[in-house]
Design a protein around this ligand. Structure first.
Ligand SMILES: [Zn+2]
Length: 417
């Protein structure tokens, strides 16, 4: 019997030029207590930024950050790539980070991908929760989970953990046996490629040195069509660290170096308008940075693309035909695709088109507009009168809808239009 899939929201698929990005979730759960976990933690700063955190990212009752464990599936025109492989199965009894892991494989298969399809596995660093599915247990032996993949490791990171493992030094429980279970069997199978920290895999994928959390942590840059995404690995564990980039963690190898790397990576990402993919952020996960004070605001891609960056206009008592509504959707889809994100699926706004919506519903609706009121009587076949929220550019590029004369009210930033 198959276990149920993960009961979590998962990041919506994205496109970066010709490259598709999606997430495979292993699990998410309340993790460490923020006050204990972050070096330089400051309760006043936490309180200030808590309202910025989306639901499900912080457990206010316990003070714990909620952490996702996920892998990014990268489909370039050439290769199928996994970045970071969560905790995996059967590694410890009891597991040091006990949570169900079966959903991960189901998620991979649900994405239409089999283990044999993977061309490359990249690890931002060689910690327990980023290398787990590198291997699996087969008749008592660890074997590579992905038989046809080349596993790309930072040479220096690999050597660091190899040396520690061979020294017989007592390691913390979460590091014990990781290299032996998750890395060595890959090398013994001839599937490990040890590279420099700035290695360029091809025109789409390259490594960005970002040491500190681990000795040779790297971020993974994905570039295509003038756009860019950056898998952050463990540069950040919570949105709070974007607001307070100097907060490293107690599990960082060198917290000061980690903070310097974090600042450098975040600054560059903000300047380049990179889409960030932080492994431990629950859905919607992906986002962009904008400078704010001595840190950054993190805007999730699905909200910054659809909701808050562009004002929408209220169009009142508008005769909306199905054809016009369809053109709005098409315009929205084109615009979102051009912005490098996945259009929202046909959702509630579409399904309820033609029926009144409940008052007070959020305005951020699939398709970029919302029907908030319907006059009692439909006006002819395929038409009705609504109050709608529609993004101005969608309405404008939808062609000759009756928007120009009837646009009124205030936009969502409060300006009169
Ligand atoms: Zn991690």
């Amino acid at each position: 019997m198959t276990a149920a899939g993960p009961p979590f929201r998962v990041m919506a698929p994205l496109r970066i030029g010709a490259v598709g990005l999606s997430a495979i979730m292993e699990y998410q759960k309340p993790g460490p207590v923020a006050a204990d976990f972050f070096t330089g933690f400051d309760a006043e700063r936490l309180a200030r930024h808590l309202p910025d955190l989306p639901a499900g990212h912080f457990d206010a009752a316990t003070g714990r950050i909620v952490m996702a464990f996920q892998t990014f599936l990268v489909r370039t025109p050439r290769h199928l790539i996994l970045v970071d492989t969560c905790c995996g199965a059967d590694k410890f009894r009891p597991e040091p980070m006990p949570h169900p892991t079966a959903a991960w494989l189901e998620g991979l298969h649900a994405a239409g991908v089999s283990e044999a399809d993977i061309d490359f596995v990249l690890c931002t660093h060689l910690h327990v929760d980023h290398t787990g599915w590198n291997t699996r247990l087969e008749r008592g032996r660890w074997v590579p989970t992905f038989p046809n993949a080349t596993y790309v490791f930072s040479r220096a990171e690999y050597r660091y953990w190899e040396k520690l493992a061979r020294s017989g030094a007592e390691l913390p429980r979460v590091s014990r046996g990781i290299w032996e279970m998750n890395c060595l069997p890959v090398a013994e199978a001839g599937q490990a490629l040890l590279v420099d920290d700035g290695h360029v895999l091809d025109e789409y994928v390259s490594l960005v040195p970002s040491p500190g959390h681990s000795p040779h942590h790297v971020c993974i840059r994905i570039s295509s069509g003038g756009q860019e995404a950056l898998v952050l690995g463990d540069m950040v564990h919570s949105v709070l660290q974007c607001h307070a980039p100097d907060w490293s963690t107690r599990v960082c190898w060198d917290p000061d170096l980690a903070a310097r790397s974090r600042r450098a990576v975040l600054q560059e990402a903000a300047e380049r308008r990179s889409v960030l993919l932080p492994v431990h952020f629950p859905a919607p996960t992906a986002g962009r940075l904008s400078a704010a004070g001595d840190g950054y605001d993190y805007r999730f891609v699905d909200t910054c693309v659809l909701a808050r960056t562009t004002p929408r206009v209220r169009i009142r008592h508008l005769r909306v035909t199905n054809a016009f509504r369809k053109r709005c959707v098409q315009a929205h889809t084109r615009r979102v695709a051009a912005a490098g994100a996945q259009p929202r699926r046909r959702g509630r706004a579409h399904r309820t088109a033609g029926r009144p919506s409940s008052p007070g519903r959020p305005r951020d609706q699939p398709g970029g507009f919302q029907f908030v009121k319907r006059r009692p009587k439909a006006v002819g076949r395929g038409a009705a009168e609504f109050v709608v929220w529609v993004r101005a550019e969608d309405a404008a590029s939808a062609g000759d809808g009756p928007t120009a004369r009837t646009r009124c009210g205030k936009d969502t930033n409060g300006r009169t239009t």
